[in-house]
Design a protein around this ligand. Structure first.
Ligand SMILES: Nc1ncnc2c1ncn2[C@@H]1O[C@H](COP(=O)(O)OP(=O)(O)OP(=O)(O)O)[C@@H](O)[C@H]1O
Ligand SMILES: O=P(O)(O)OC[C@H]1O[C@H](OP(=O)(O)OP(=O)(O)O)[C@H](O)[C@@H]1O
Length: 207
């Protein structure tokens, strides 16, 4: 059977992803969290794994550079890629929220929203009819309302510790996030057997 290429998000979900793949029978001997290698083959050469930044996984899959991707729903929503989302892998659970210095929305003219996810923020407020200005940040987003650069943030909350330690409150809860399995549309048509076999194995482990 032909080999499939899987784009795996680096970072905090990679360990769970590799464990899941192992339990499904895909072993990547030379993969560990410290490696600088980016491409790995499984024992039986049925799968090539490429290790990429989480935010880039939907791009690799949409372009067909990878047939399959494992990535957080946050990055899928932000990328708005033309791909299939086939499975919820049930780890990397967290939530998108709107948060700020007070428990309600407070702003003078236009609401200024800082986020690593400007598309998600824009879509959320547009649906409510609230015009916003977005400020794209790449981390430490909680700082923006603290220093007066933004009125609120749209960010991920897991334990709530980061918000709490910075004196921020949740104003509104948004989508639930978890790690998902995504598939390139053309690959799903041309490598149907290999992809379906892979998905069946993953589903069996998840059950
Ligand atoms: N606090 C959290 N708790 C649980 N899951 C999280 C949390 N923060 C992020 N995630 C999930 O884990 C994925 C990977 O997060 P990680 O912080 O490793 O990547 P990143 O945002 O690309 O980081 P960086 O830009 O710092 O490299 C996110 O896309 C999200 O789905
Ligand atoms: O509710 P908590 O358990 O505190 O988790 C939430 C934090 O985790 C993520 O940040 P990350 O650790 O990825 O750092 P970053 O600021 O570089 O995005 C997220 O952006 C929040 O800041």
């Amino acid at each position: 059977m032909e080999s499939i290429t899987l784009a795996l998000a680096k970072g905090r979900t990679s360990k769970n992803s590799i464990s899941l793949l192992q339990m499904a029978g895909y072993h990547f001997d030379d993969f560990d969290e410290d490696t600088r290698k980016l491409v790995f083959d499984d024992h039986h050469k049925r799968m090539k794994l490429i290790s990429v930044k989480a935010v880039d996984v939907p791009t690799y899959v949409e372009k067909g550079a990878a047939d399959i991707g494992i990535v957080g729903k946050d990055n899928i929503l932000e990328a708005q890629s033309n791909i299939y989302e086939l499975l919820d892998l049930s780890f990397g659970k967290c939530k998108f929220v709107v948060a700020g210095m007070s428990k309600t929305l407070q702003y003078k003219s236009r609401l200024i929203v800082a986020s690593k996810y400007p598309v998600v923020a824009q879509n959320h407020f547009e649906a409510k009819g609230v015009p916003i200005e977005t400020i794209k940040l790449n981390g430490s987003v909680e700082l923006a309302p603290l220093i007066g650069m933004a009125d609120v943030i749209v960010d991920i909350v897991e334990t709530g510790r980061t918000l709490r330690e910075n004196g921020l409150s949740i104003i509104e809860e948004m989508d639930d996030i978890s790690t998902r399995l995504i598939v390139n549309k053309a690959s799903f048509a041309t490598k149907t057997n290999a992809i379906e076999q892979f998905i069946t194995k993953i589903k069996t482990v998840l059950e």
